[in-house]
Design a protein around this ligand. Structure first.
Ligand code: AMP
Ligand code: MG
Length: 326
């Protein structure tokens, strides 16, 4: 992450006061910028939904600064969940566990589980600690649009409707957390994200991947159309079929096998050498740049489905409005 502004401490103090007073603050995390409110204050949480124009059926992830806070939110931490959080917290991993009644239903959209994560970004951790309460925070963008990975992305979409935006530079991971639910018999992947599924399975063994129809019941916000650019995005196996005069292209890395890229108005490579971490980090900013570049269509080439590639494919498939089967 680039250097934060020198008065980061002062920004965090002000932001914590706003959170305690029932306000909403956009803040950096290592995944994407979040739009935060006191997780125990249902009116503050309602404002998050309002600002994002997010439907109430789409629950919020609760962010904590230390493991002790998990016990305030959930009734049970099964051994496999403990193993996972020991290994990957702080970091881009969210666990869904049975919620305590203290967690307002508006946060979980009436579901019996609460989704909780400990971010690794220092500003996020300082903010949660200073606020003294867990912070419920979805991504700080309008519902359905590409997630924000810089303070500028937040300001351009949410502007004056939030009480404060903390500028912490660009996000390190750049893609949302991996969500694992412990609400059923087996650990279940609700969303691929910034912690690779292979690494998770190394720690807890096989994770169930639900069918898309099941997924919608367990994790209602995982709608087919999400992370969408305002102009159409299509996933293609190769570029031969794209003959639009004014199209943009997203590809993993420069590669002569791609073919004649000269026909595209603008090309965004997610990484110079095919590194999937770098690609995940650049994905949303690249989608926004193409969206604002004046092209009429965005074509995206497939990304390998290993490591963070699973999450990148998931976001591109949802942005393409086709829905996905991971
Ligand atoms: P966002 O905060 O926008 O990155 O999205 C949060 C996503 O996490 C939601 O759309 C759900 O898919 C999932 N989620 C959050 N809370 C819960 C929960 N209590 N149970 C199941 N899934 C959840
Ligand atoms: Mg989101």
């Amino acid at each position: 992450m680039r250097d934060v502004t020198i008065n980061a401490g002062e920004q965090v103090r002000r932001a914590a006061e706003i959170i305690r007073g029932g306000g909403v603050v956009a803040f950096p995390t290592e995944t994407v910028y979040g739009l935060g409110a006191n997780a125990f204050d249902e009116l503050a949480a309602a404002r998050v939904f309002e600002v994002k124009r997010r439907p109430f059926f789409d629950p919020l992830i609760i962010h904590i600064a230390n493991k002790g806070q998990l016990g305030d939110l959930v009734t049970d931490i099964p051994p496999l969940a403990e193993k996972l959080t020991d290994r990957f917290w702080p970091g881009p991993l969210t666990v869904v566990l049975p919620k305590k009644t203290a967690v307002p239903d508006i946060i979980t959209s009436g579901l019996p589980g609460a989704a909780v994560r400990m971010p690794s970004n220092n500003i996020a951790l300082q903010l949660i600690s200073a606020a003294g309460v867990p912070i419920a925070a979805p991504s700080a963008n309008l519902f359905g649009y590409v997630s924000p990975t810089s303070a500028e992305h937040v300001r351009s979409q949410l502007g004056d409707s939030v009480d404060m935006v903390i500028d912490g530079g660009e996000c390190d991971v750049g893609i949302e957390s991996t969500i694992i639910s412990f609400m059923g018999e087996q650990p279940t992947l609700l969303r691929p994200g910034g912690t690779a599924l292979e690494d998770i399975e190394d720690v807890i063994g096989k994770v169930t991947i639900p069918a898309n129809s099941d997924l919608k019941n367990q994790s209602p916000g995982r709608s087919d159309q999400h992370y969408a650019t305002s102009i159409p995005l299509v996933l293609v196996d190769d570029i031969t079929g794209i003959n639009d005069v004014n199209a943009g292209l997203i590809a993993l890395a420069p590669n002569s096998d791609i073919g004649d890229i000269g026909k595209f108005t603008k090309v965004e490579y997610l990484s110079s050498n095919g590194d999937l971490r770098e690609a995940a980090c650049n994905l949303f900013a690249a989608m926004r740049r193409l969206d604002n570049s004046g092209v009429g269509l965005i074509a995206a080439l497939p990304i390998p489905k290993t490591g963070l590639g699973l999450a990148i494919n998931d976001r591109l498939a949802r942005a393409s409005r086709k829905g996905v089967h991971i």
